[in-house]
Design a protein around this ligand. Structure first.
Ligand code: PSU
Length: 311
């Protein structure tokens, strides 16, 4: 981890647990906060965020949930801070474009995948676990709506563990853009790219790895080659927890049609769709989302332990 630039003259606040881990060179896994403020309802958001942290500790690493709170970039939140964020209202949804403005204005904002990667790099954290990355929205050929997460993966050297891209997106186009941007997309333990709530997407993944050790070695090799950008590890939701594609697709179509009819745009699209899919599945989509995040936390911890061992 020593090769990452540590910036000290920034409004960075490490939790005591993360500060200790940094001193001792212990493996750390970054976690984002948009999933808490915009991705899940209260109180499941708080319960899930705490369970994810516990899961990471149980697998030998230290969790660092990242958020901007009152103008400070927090890397690791205390239980009280997590609780405050989970119930906060009108929290900004931060990406590369607005993280600096939020910090400079002393405001509070939740970090998306893109902003969490930026913070993780600043803090010297190599691995980040989340639910699903943003990607190319359907209809992007006219709306141009492509998540900034994809460009961040192309420029910031953090390995991101996700259950693929959210299935509300255009997955083939998302894979195309990742390929164009030179982002390695590694399916974990299977040949297919997973589809967030579903184990499989029907789309072949560009790369496959079956061991955390190999993913860690690829991360290290990219650093040695001086390559910009991170890796996307696409970790399929366990089959026992999935909503099969045939079941979830009609629900997604309905939610997408509603979003269009109501003129939902830009940053509001993903939270709107997630909330509607929750209602339309009677809460099942949230159960699957929680299961896949926990699964990603376990793999993230394993990769970060391997990177620490190989460093
Ligand atoms: N994973 C989840 N739920 C979420 C997200 C990830 O299980 O809500 C968040 C991430 O912060 C990701 C964001 O960056 O959704 C994507 O938003 P958009 O499509 O607006 O870029």
């Amino acid at each position: 981890m020593g090769r990452y630039r540590i910036v000290t003259d920034l409004p960075l606040a490490f939790s005591p647990e993360v500060a200790d881990a940094r001193l001792n060179g212990a493996p750390i896994v970054a976690l984002e906060s948009t999933i808490i403020t915009h991705g899940m309802p209260f109180p499941q958001n708080l319960e899930t965020a705490s369970r994810v942290e516990t899961e990471i500790r149980a697998h030998g690493a230290v969790p660092a949930t990242i958020a901007v709170m009152d103008g400070r970039l927090h890397v690791g939140l205390t239980a009280a801070e997590l609780e405050r964020l989970a119930q906060a209202e009108a929290v900004m949804k931060l990406s590369r474009a607005d993280i600096a403005a939020c910090l400079a204005a002393g405001r509070t904002g939740a970090t998306t995948v893109a902003a969490t990667m930026i913070a993780a790099r600043l803090a010297g954290i190599a691995v980040f676990a989340t639910g699903g990355i943003g990607g190319v929205h359907r209809g992007a050929e006219t709306s141009f709506d492509i998540s900034a997460d994809l460009h961040e993966l192309a420029r910031t050297p953090v390995t991101v563990v996700a259950a693929g891209a959210k299935a509300i997106l255009d997955l083939p186009k998302t894979l195309e853009v990742l390929e164009t941007l030179g982002v390695p997309v590694i399916a974990y333990g299977q040949d297919e790219f997973p589809a967030f709530w579903s184990h499989r997407s029907g789309l072949p993944a560009p790369l496959r790895m079956d061991k955390a050790r190999d993913i860690a070695a690829a991360h290290q090799m990219r650093a040695r080659l001086g390559l910009d950008g991170g890796q996307l590890v696409a970790n399929p939701i366990p089959e026992s927890a999935e909503i099969p594609r045939a079941e979830i697709m009609p629900v997604i179509e309905t939610a997408l049609a509603e979003a269009e009819a109501q003129g939902i745009a830009a940053k509001a699209v993903t939270p709107f769709l997630l909330a509607r899919i929750f209602d339309l599945t009677g809460g099942r989509s949230l159960e699957a989302n929680i299961a896949l995040v926990l699964n990603n936390a376990r793999l993230g911890a394993a990769i970060s332990c391997e990177i620490a061992r190989q460093s």
